[in-house]
Write a protein of this length. Sequence first.
Length: 195
Amino acid sequence: MLEILNWIAALLALGTSIGLLLSRDWRWGLAILAAQYLSMFWLVNYHWPASMAAVKLVTGWMVCAALGATLRGSTQPPTSGTAWPEGRLFRLLASGLVALATFALAQRAATWLSIDLAVAWGSLLLVGMGLLHLGVTAQPLRVILGLLTLLAGFEILYATVESSVLVAALLSIINLCLALAGAYLLDAPTLEESA
């Protein structure tokens, strides 16, 4: 039963990472990121106690709230400049290639680290999709979302080998600092205009 729930969480990670890559509206992007942190919570919960895994969930939702408050309070909407390549079909095909490549790699990683295949695939999938996201965009919000996706995948994989409370706290601080840096970069154009 637990393995089935791990596969559901890994498929949720796949859906949210593709949704982040395809979404255009910042509201949908942040809602999808919050759902991605829910799948991350379940995959980390496989190796950590629920109280430590809940730290990841709460931190992720705080990141979404900080970015949402910044974007809601900004006077100008985020730029919708074109990113290469623009087509959604290309992004779907690239996502499919990343999903297949990470699944093949996850089979080796699961045996090497002696972890569940769904957890290994979910973590490597988020790392790969984060890198793909960073490769196809230059907008500040999209870059922050890609970095958060990449870091979420790393945190799941790292949770399988380390269960230290201090490491969980440091990774949460890194997430919050990344959100604050993103909030500053999103608000920087309006700060320059007012000066």
